[in-house]
Design a protein. Structure first.
Length: 254
């Protein structure tokens, strides 16, 4: 297996990435920065056809790629980073993996007694206790990334505040969604769907995005504070070629 090279908050180097079937892979030391140091800030990551996503204590970091043409007509791989960073999260928050997948990778590691290290994969990860009585649960779906804010009794939806780093602009769409603009294209979040499971079945709760500068908050209607509340946005990739596609085209071109 090839070594994956990571540089957070700048461009992530794409050459040498491998797919993990859209599961979150645990970082067991196989990630390194461009300087060769261990990328210990990354706890989990996934590689999709559209983007690479890195789960860190500060939040989610996305890396998108696009095949471009450099001066003289030579192919060039252009990348852009985007961060979704919770503001004011609890220091006691812990990142946990959930739902272990059957997919396992054994990575060559000459320092290990067996000569390799086991890389487990998971269907979802969660920031447990992101805010008081609020968890942030992230999982993958086709053509996007799904995440829920689970607000337990005692939690306040108004505590959720997301700082968007790397976007050239934010705007609310006419259908109630949110669009994050970047030099390579756009990333869209559909209108958030909030609900509670009650004795009479699932009850939808009014919810919408609100922009405060470069930060995103949720405005939530009346709900039963004695029951858990789920705020359920859905992130979809916009006009990017996608990381795997762009990398394959770049490698073929060179």
């Amino acid at each position: 297996m090839k070594t994956k090279v990571v540089l957070l908050l700048a461009l992530l180097l794409p050459i040498g990435l491998w797919a993990n079937d859209h599961f979150f892979a645990k970082n067991e030391g196989q990630l390194s920065t461009t300087a060769g140091a261990a990328a210990t800030a990354v706890h989990y990551y996934l590689t999709t056809d559209e983007a690479d996503v890195f789960v860190t204590p500060t939040g989610l970091h996305y890396q998108f790629y696009e095949l471009a043409t450099a001066e003289g007509g030579a192919p060039a791989l252009q990348g852009h980073s985007l961060g979704v960073l919770p503001v004011g999260s609890q220091p006691s928050c812990r990142i946990r993996s959930r739902q272990r997948a059957a997919y396992v990778v054994h990575d060559y590691d000459p320092a290990a007694p067996s000569g390799y290290r086991r890389i487990d994969h998971f269907h979802e990860v969660a920031y447990e206790g992101l805010y008081p009585n609020i968890d942030w649960v992230i999982r993958t779906q086709a053509r996007g990334l799904k995440y829920d804010f689970v607000v337990q009794p005692g939690g306040q939806p108004s505590a959720i505040r997301l700082d968007i780093r790397g976007a050239s602009g934010l705007r609310l769409t006419t259908d109630g969604g949110l669009e994050l603009l970047t030099p390579l294209g756009s990333v869209r979040e559909r209108q958030p769907y909030a609900y509670q499971e009650t004795a009479d079945g699932r009850k939808q709760i009014a919810c919408r995005f609100k922009l405060e500068g470069e930060q995103v908050v949720f405005e939530v209607g009346n709900y039963d504070a004695t029951l858990p509340l789920i705020i359920d946005p859905y992130l979809t990739w916009g006009t990017y070629y996608g990381s795997d596609y762009a990398i394959e085209q770049f490698e073929e071109a060179v």
